[in-house]
Design a protein around this ligand. Sequence first.
Ligand code: MN3
Length: 198
Amino acid sequence: MAYTLPDLPYAYDALEPWYDKETVTLHHDKHHNGYVTALNATLDKLAAARESGDMAAANALSKALAFNGSGHTLHSVFWTNMKPNGGGEPAGELMEQIVKDFGSFDGFKKQFLAATNTVMGSGWGILGWDKTLQKLFIVGSEIHMDLTLQGMVPLLVCDVWEHAYYLKYKNVRPDWTAAFMDHLVNWDDVAQRFAKAK
Ligand code: MN3
């Protein structure tokens, strides 16, 4: 059973002016789609390697599996983490947990933006719930899967690969991450993910 590219939950231009139609279109239709296609190809090759008993080939495919599978997962979370006229603050249990683990919403925001802005090269800022440790954590993850916690379920993710923001924000990554936080985040979606993860 092949994985498929999920539709955006809004129109391509719905996040204007903070996230431009051209970037959203390329990002979703070309970049995210590329990870889905590569993930399916990797799974086919893994099945063939298992059938032929070629464990060296299976081992060699593990990095592609981690990369493309994580890329598909993070982009799927990313699109639903945003909405037109988003931003603001979360409420309820999610807010309580944020205050517990980061001191305050401002404390969370400051750390999330700092972690995201300083990812070396391509990667993601991720707020996640770690089931084992029973805590929220923020990580700046490189590419799609390096420098993260293995037990962490991603709740809020901000893409800082250059393809995610360069057409509009050029080299000024902090302007993109600030726009994401202040105008795009769909806290209802993050809260639903938190409730499910718990
Ligand atoms: Mn991307």
